[in-house]
Design a protein around this ligand. Structure first.
Ligand code: EPZ
Length: 428
């Protein structure tokens, strides 16, 4: 077991390169199952969620070969498996993309209900609505598995009752090789939805409208091997923006698509952060104290829920009262109990958190409760006075490539320690 040890107070300054998008990679990799050929996927982030997705592919019979740290070649011509067992599915939510992909390839998928961050109930009724609409039958099995079967997937109209990233991805995966025409209405518009559509189109699919709330898919018989580069990670970029702002720093964040960051940029500017946009980089500088503001998370293009914990750190040190409303997940404030240990003044009532800005945070032993809650601890620790040790960093490493090196390169005092060392140090 390892922890992060962070001594706060250093301004983050310099340049950092953003990796490929986690939530695009974990959709594109299962989508390769649909392809009779060899795919070369570039700009793959080197994170635990990708490693786990590749483990599932190998289990199903894919040949997976790393060309370099961020490029992987996947040959699914001889893939044979259609079962994803619990041990492989439990680590991440996105394992449910294998349902759509395997159903499309084999007409059958048996997949264990997925794991991932705990934000309360995470239903998959909208995924099932999509499978049913295209002619599949969904049956619960023993041991938390579900079986989805179809003799032939046939295009249809799918109206999602809730804007769901996962249900939109699964509907696209099913529709892409089904017979005829599918229309997905009230679709999610996140950048990773567009990236998945672009990837599939580069392999011969016919998907239009991704990035709007109506996606039209004309089924094709075959998809062919392709080379594709994953988009930069919007949330990793936003996280470094928040870290620069929290520490009063000045950071040039490279390899980003500034358009994907607009809602984050707008909020930071409202808080008094200075931002300059370039073609594929963004400079974030915070010379003055932060100004309080209100934030509400929304599906894209609104303020992303996956940036909610990171912005909460800024609200906690912005002078005055700020209100943060979570409108996507029922229970995404579990991490604030840990932030309170660092001096954050916050009251949570259901999906609303009210922050009373404090002059400074103080280091404390804390735990990462989930991926984004965990990275919020890192940002708070970098901005705080004194030493913080963060446990359960495996949550953070699911989604952030090289986090220690990237922050250290910006001047953050952060290192990884093994738990037994820290016990010894504390005992002294
Ligand atoms: C994706 O999760 C992301 N994960 C999440 O990012 C992100 O928080 C979320 O989208 C929202 O942007 C991946 O892309 C792998 P949803 P997903 O289906 O697809 C409800 C991170 O930190 N819902 O868009 O699982 C659901 O309960 C992770 O990187 C239903 O009611 O989210 C939620 O309230 C965490 N029925 C809302 O919709 C369904 O069938 C949005 O969920 C499906 C979802």
């Amino acid at each position: 077991m390892e922890k992060f040890r962070i001594i706060g107070g250093n301004r983050l300054c310099g340049q950092v390169d953003i990796s490929g998008a986690k939530n695009a990679a974990v959709a594109v990799l299962p989508a390769t199952v649909l392809i009779d050929g060899v795919c070369r996927i570039e700009n793959i982030p080197n994170i635990a969620d990708v490693t786990n997705t590749l483990k599932i592919l190998k289990y199903l019979g894919s040949k997976v070969r790393y060309i370099n740290k961020n490029t992987v070649e996947i040959d699914n011509r001889n893939i044979f498996g259609y079962i994803v067992p619990h041990d492989l599915a439990r680590h991440m939510r996105a394992s449910y993309y294998f349902i759509g992909a395997l159903l499309s390839r084999f007409g059958i998928a048996r997949v264990s209900m997925p794991g991932g961050c705990n934000f309360g109930v995470r239903p998959i009724d909208q995924h099932i609505k999509g499978f049913n609409a295209l002619g599949a039958t969904v049956s619960p099995m023993e041991n938390g598995m579900i079986e989805v079967v179809a003799n032939r997937l046939v295009g249809n109209s799918i109206y999602l009752d809730i804007v769901s990233v996962g249900a939109t991805v699964n509907a696209m995966l099913c529709a892409v090789k089904s017979r005829g025409f599918t229309i997905i209405e009230n679709a999610a518009k996140e950048p990773h939805i567009v990236d998945l559509a672009n990837f599939l189109n580069s392999a011969g699919a016919d998907i239009r409208g991704a990035g709007t709330d109506v996606i039209k898919v004309r089924g094709v018989d075959h998809l062919y091997g392709t080379t594709y580069s994953i988009i930069p990670d919007q949330i990793e970029a936003g996280t470094y923006m928040a870290a620069a702002a929290a520490t009063g720093g000045d950071v040039l964040i490279r390899n980003v698509i500034p358009k994907h960051l607009e809602s984050i940029t707008a909020k930071l500017q409202e808080m008094g952060v200075y931002i300059e946009e370039y073609d594929d980089s963004i400079r974030v500088c915070r010379p003055e104290p932060l100004i309080h503001c209100n934030v509400k998370t929304m599906p894209h293009p609104g303020f992303p829920t996956d940036m909610q914990p990171q912005i909460s750190v800024l609200l906690s040190i912005a002078k005055g009262t700020s209100i943060l409303t979570e409108s996507v997940w029922d229970n995404r404030f579990r991490y604030v109990d840990e932030l309170r240990r660092m001096g954050v003044q916050v009251q949570v009532d259901g999906k609303v958190a009210v922050f009373q800005g404090v002059d400074y945070l103080t280091g404390a032993p804390v735990k990462a409760t989930d991926l984004r809650g965990g990275i919020a601890m890192v940002i708070a620790a970098l901005a705080a006075r004194g030493k913080t040790e963060i446990e359960d960093i495996q949550h953070i490493e699911r989604g952030y490539e090289n986090i220690v090196d990237k922050l250290a390169q910006l001047g953050g005092d952060i290192c990884r320690i093994v738990v037994s060392d820290s016990v010894a140090v504390r005992a002294l």
